[in-house]
Ligand binder design. Structure first.
Ligand code: HDD
Length: 690
């Protein structure tokens, strides 16, 4: 902060002055001590309340105005603080201090769903926002990305249409937080450029197991600029250290019922218990020559650069190590702006990115109510900052002196003249992206953006059989929810025929519709070599680290067996959660009472990555007629999880329809090994897949 500017309320990072936190005395907002916080001031014992009661009026006045407008998109989110450490020397590529090897930069990350309101559930089928604010020594850098590397549209002018179509329908106000409805599919079926993103959206990428197990992407092509002013193009990637993992649809649906806050709780608890989630930041760097030689335009946000063509280079690690102290003050008031960019990074001409450069600054005024939103501690830079912008609503700084304009010669008279140094400032790169960059003013989509299907095909064909089945089934489910607009599913099928004939057929079959004519493509798609990096299954880690094992016990459960499973799970860096018919606990074989972490009826198996069912003969008998116990085993099996069970628990497994396979084990080492994986090969025998 410039010397001549003082902030009255501190500047981020530390705990801030809060009513109630710095005084034992209960006061009004203006510091007047309050004598009674239980009763309003009345005229007589049973008479009306008096207007004079300023304590009551202030309290209710403040309460009445507690809510602020939620984000128009990404309203539901969870955030955490952390640190980014640069681990590779890329000074030849970028002069940004945040990338200097060994540099540690404070960060705040916020993960979000897109369509639902702030109070909606955590696990709908939806894209996830992945926004990171780096408080660098050269100002804030906000990398505002998603967990999918491409986007629905190519030009920001279509964003309001896209979002209107996916949000709850304008007349009825439903559905909340979901794309399975008329208007979304009407819009995307008329917008072939969305087809690639639809492949990702219909895949398990939109059903993350945990925010800690998501990849993240900057999506657009950006630039890195070095000290000599030379620039290269760059794509940013986040890779979770725990490996990428998703749930399956039935599991995600049941998670919505079991725990609305499944992802928020998971992130908070992991950080709270010291299991800090980590991601590697990696880059794909390329020059104009590479860009010109690709069959797609690198300025088109509906395209990715296959990792097989341009490998990722890891340049740093982000560790989230501190939960927010106050959800509203921090997570809700966090304002991310793609225009927050330090020297050494720059934009490209991607027309989607260009529109974002306006939108985010604009929306903060509407959401946070003031142009001074940058003074809110979560948004304030951690480095000194100063300029001649003044006043405005909710101004909390107290600039001293007369210097509120520039140039000035106040210093000649011994007065503070304010900041003026600009030598090291952000300078837009001079380099162009080719001959078409400037020239006539045109409302036009470049010809190089016309191929809407090749990469959609690439994505589909890079998936495992099981992943392809999930994609086909999601299309069937979503299109089956299109109610009134009969023309929409055939139109979508006509687009899908351009992606893959087999996919189109499977979706048509699933809907019970004839296969329509192929829609005319703006540009005929081409086959690209499959990319393993696009598949979740091909790169999932077999590990219990960061995962949760649910252990079902009842009276009579063998104490030794329980202890050895709990110990083994913890040793494998997993979390063991004990579930019993009564939360007070169960009496184990050694006569001791084992307290449970949760009651069976409220802790179904979808909350866990694997389950152990440790029952005595009597305990099992007692649970055979308990629907929640049968469902516990049935869903664990149906959700493709490993099941370890005591021999006496067999009747329960049988009743639940569990068919023994390699992942249904005894309670030994085999179980711990099996528990780190999902068993997708089991699925075709369990449910109808398209
Ligand atoms: Fe956006 C929020 C990500 C295109 C306009 N966007 C928002 C957030 C994320 C993204 C993660 C939530 C940030 C937070 O946690 O507070 N948006 C993206 C990505 C896009 C994208 C990856 C394409 C590659 N967005 C996009 C366009 C526009 C917007 C084209 C407008 C022209 N986005 C907004 C917004 C939001 C927003 C309306 C709502 C709340 C906010 O900005 O602060 O301005």
């Amino acid at each position: 902060m410039a010397d001549d500017i003082k902030q009255t309320s501190g500047n981020g990072g530390e705990t801030h002055q809060q009513a109630g936190s710095d005084t034992a005395v209960l006061t009004t907002n203006h510091g007047v001590p309050v004598s009674d916080n239980q009763n309003s001031l009345k005229s007589g014992v049973r008479g009306p309340t008096l207007l004079e009661d300023f304590v009551l009026r202030e309290k209710i006045f403040h309460f009445d105005h507690e809510r602020i407008p939620e984000r128009i998109v990404h309203a539901r989110g969870s955030g955490a603080h952390g640190v980014f450490e640069a681990t590779d020397d890329i000074s030849d590529l970028s002069k940004a201090a945040v990338f200097a090897k060994g540099e540690k930069t404070e960060v705040f990350a916020r993960f979000s769903t897109v369509a639902g309101g702030a109070g909606s559930v955590d696990t709908p089928r939806d894209v996830r926002g992945f926004a990171v604010k780096f408080y660098t020594r050269e100002g804030n850098w906000d990398l505002v990305g998603n967990n999918i590397p491409v986007f629905f549209i190519q030009d920001a002018i279509k964003f309001p249409d896209l979002i209107h179509s996916v949000k709850m329908e304008a007349n009825s106000g439903y559905p909340q937080a979901g794309s399975a409805h008329d208007t979304f599919w009407d819009f995307v079926s008329l917008t072939p450029e969305s087809t690639h993103m639809l492949m990702w959206a219909m895949s398990d990428r939109t059903l993350p197991r945990s925010l800690r197990m998501m990849e993240g992407f900057g999506v657009h092509t950006f630039r890195l600029v070095n000290a000599a002013g030379r620039s290269n193009f760059v794509k940013f990637h986040w890779r979770p250290k725990l490996g990428i993992q998703s749930t399956i649809w039935d599991e995600a649906l049941k998670l919505q019922a079991a725990d609305n806050d499944y992802h928020r709780r998971d992130l908070y608890e992991a950080i709270d218990t010291g299991a800090f989630p980590q991601w590697e930041l990696a880059i794909q760097v390329f020059d104009q020559k590479f860009a010109d030689s690709q069959p797609y335009d690198v300025l088109d946000a509906t395209k990715l650069i296959p990792e097989e063509d341009l490998p990722l280079r890891v340049i740093g690690t982000m560790t989230l190590n501190r939960n927010v102290d106050n959800f509203f003050a921090e997570t809700e008031q966090a304002a991310f702006l793609p225009t927050n960019i330090p020297p050494g990074i720059d934009f490209s001409n991607d027309p989607l990115l260009q529109g974002r450069l306006f939108s985010y600054l604009d929306t903060q005024k509407s959401r946070l109510g003031t142009t001074n939103f940058h003074q809110i501690p979560i948004n304030a830079p951690r480095c000194p900052f100063g300029n001649f912008q003044r006043d405005g609503m909710m101004q909390t700084m107290v600039p001293t002196g007369r210097a509120n304009y520039e140039p000035n010669s106040l210093a000649d008279h011994g007065e503070a003249g304010g900041p003026r140094e600009t030598v090291t400032g952000f300078a837009t790169t001079k380099e162009t992206t080719g001959p078409d960059e400037t020239g006539d003013k045109l409302r036009i989509r470049p010809e190089s953006f016309a191929d809407h299907y090749s990469q959609a095909r690439l994505f589909y064909r890079s998936q495992t059989e099981s992943e392809q089945a999930h994609i086909a089934s999601s299309f069937v489910f979503e299109l089956s929810k299109v109610g009134l607009l009969d023309q929409v599913p055939p139109r979508m099928l006509g687009n899908l025929r351009n992606v893959d004939e087999d996919l189109a057929k499977r979706v048509a079959d699933g809907l019970g519709l004839p296969l329509p004519k192929k829609n005319k493509a703006a540009k005929e798609p081409v086959d690209m070599p499959p990319s393993n990096a696009l598949s979740i299954h091909k790169k999932m880690k077999a590990t219990l680290e960061g995962r949760v094992v649910g252990i079902l016990i009842a009276d009579g459960t063998e104490a030794g067996a329980l202890k050895s499973v709990v110990d083994a799970v913890i040793k494998a860096k997993g979390k063991a959660v004990i579930v019993a018919p009564k939360v007070g606990g169960a009496k184990l074989s050694d006569g001791k009472l084992q307290k449970a972490d949760g009651q069976l009826a409220g802790m179904p198996s979808q909350l866990f990555d694997a389950v152990a069912i440790i029952l005595s003969e009597a305990g099992c008998k007692g649970l055979l007629n308990e629907g929640a116990a049968v469902q516990f085993a049935m869903d664990a099996f149906g959700h493709l999880k490993a099941i370890g069970a005591s021999a006496a628990a067999k009747p329960l497994l049988e009743k639940a329809g569990v068919i023994p396979d390699e992942s249904v084990t005894a309670l030994d080492d085999k179980f711990i090994k099996a528990a780190g994986k999902r068993y997708y090969e089991r699925e075709p025998s369990l449910r109808m897949l398209a």
